[in-house]
Design a protein. Structure first.
Length: 450
């Protein structure tokens, strides 16, 4: 099955139907529940962490910034480390270990107050977070096989619902504001990791250990000469460009709220609406988008559409400055919708290309390196927006959107070129195999003329 054709099983049947019968069957269903609980706990901690470090631990803004920076750097290392280990050990066991690592570090936060130790604990938590996400990605490619895009859509939808629930739970603790309430939130996050580990333990290690199932229609030929992703310049170029293809995350989480507060007349009460818009749209639309962007070439085309959509988002951000309260509010809400639309396309296209552009035999290591793009963006994206884009005013947003659009076109062209090269190697390998089989048959016939 090639091109845009879909079988009946590839068509979206609704979120609830997909969660009941996900690609991968029983193991996939258990893993989706584990990820939902994990993200619910993460949503609790994400909403409360900065306030906890400020009001309970007593850190100043500079110390909190360094703490979060250390977490970001450690997170960058988590993806390639997980990919490296997944080529040598069962993914299921490694994922359980990542959950237990985070369980231990969150429990340590309940008693650790020294700043030096907090740096270590927070860094290890972030390392475990990124490692777990990479291992979940590997598990999905092995269990869901050719329907991995549908599985990823289910993950995105359930994860966003989990984040929203976690944020709601955190709001209760933040309203109380006591040390005990904050500690209860930390414990809730830790327990979510324990629950996830116990659920993962109930799954089975995919049979094709060490290899990732290839998607139908994707090249699955021999690996290129560079067997290590660190020596594969083409794949490293994809990962580098993919950093820019993740900027929607920082725009939604950092750019929109800060721009509203500092450069528009929109009411501050509008800020929570950005998260609501994002969560609702992702839950409702991610599965449908995955059905449209589920093939390697479609994913490459979606990258270019991502750039155009993000440019439109940036234009609305720029225009919101000169408008009144109502105009600015409308412009910012449209920007939030466009940023979410870009996220919907990026989450599928980046995932599909990261898998399809990697050689089959080395996909664990390659996907570990690919996971770095999100971690780097989470560290560098907010600095780019607050240090360069926003100080430049409306023009800064327009320039950012134009730059991302240009890079998306480069990414699309490079991705298609690599796909063609991999298809060529596959054809050559198949032709060589046919020739070898023909020669063997000739020799066998000469030996046995009867």
């Amino acid at each position: 099955m090639r091109g845009g054709a879909m079988t009946r099983k590839d068509r979206p049947g609704g979120l609830l139907a997909g969660l009941r019968r996900p690609p991968g069957g029983r193991d996939a269903r258990i893993m989706l529940l584990a990820q939902f609980l994990d993200r619910s706990g993460t949503g609790v901690w994400a909403a409360a962490s900065v306030l906890y470090f400020t009001f309970v631990v007593g850190l100043d803004a500079r110390q909190v910034g360094i703490l979060l920076g250390a977490a970001g750097v450690a997170g960058i290392a988590g993806s390639p480390l997980a990919g490296h280990l997944a080529g040598r050990f069962p993914v299921r066991r490694l994922l359980i270990a990542a959950h237990l690592l985070r369980l231990g570090t969150l429990c340590a936060l309940l008693v650790v107050t020294r700043y030096e130790l907090l740096l270590v604990v927070v860094a290890l938590t972030s390392l475990g977070d990124r490692a777990a996400k990479t291992l979940e990605m590997l598990f999905a490619t092995r269990v869901a096989g050719e329907r991995r895009a549908t599985y990823q859509a289910l993950v995105r939808s359930s994860a966003n619902a989990g984040y929203a629930i976690g944020a709601g739970v955190a709001a209760i603790g933040l309203a109380l504001g006591t040390r005990e309430a904050y500690q209860a939130l930390i414990l809730a996050n830790a327990l979510s990791f324990l629950a996830a580990a116990l659920l993962v333990r109930r799954t089975r290690e995919p049979r094709d250990h060490g290899r990732v199932a290839a998607r139908t229609g994707a090249p699955a030929g021999p690996p290129p000469a560079a067997s290590s992703p660190w020596r594969d310049r083409g794949y490293l170029g994809f990962v580098l460009l993919d950093i820019a293809m993740n900027l929607d995350d920082s725009i939604l989480a950092v750019g929109l709220p800060l721009w509203l507060v500092t450069h528009t007349r929109a009411p501050h009460a509008l800020v929570p609406a950005f998260l609501v818009v994002n969560t609702v749209l992702v839950v409702l639309l991610q599965l449908r988008v995955s059905a449209k962007v589920g093939r390697p070439r479609q994913a490459a085309g979606a990258v270019a559409l991502y750039g155009v959509t993000l440019l439109a988002c940036c234009v609305f951000l720029a225009l919101s400055t000169g408008a009144g309260a109502w105009g600015a509010s409308a412009g910012l809400l449209v920007a939030a919708v466009l940023a979410t639309a870009a996220e919907l396309m990026r989450s599928v296209s980046s995932w599909e290309l990261a898998v399809s552009l990697a050689p089959v035999r080395e996909r664990a290591a390659y996907l570990g390196v690919a996971g770095m793009s999100q971690s780097v963006q989470k560290s560098a994206g907010p600095l780019l927006l607050t240090g360069a884009v926003m100080p430049a005013g409306p023009a800064g947003w327009v320039l950012l959107g134009a730059a991302v659009t240009a890079l998306s076109l480069v990414q699309r062209r490079a991705g298609l070129r690599r796909l063609r090269a991999m298809e060529g190697r596959t054809a050559e390998a198949e032709a060589a195999a046919d020739t070898a089989r023909g020669a063997a048959a000739t020799v066998e016939g000469a030996r046995d003329p009867a």
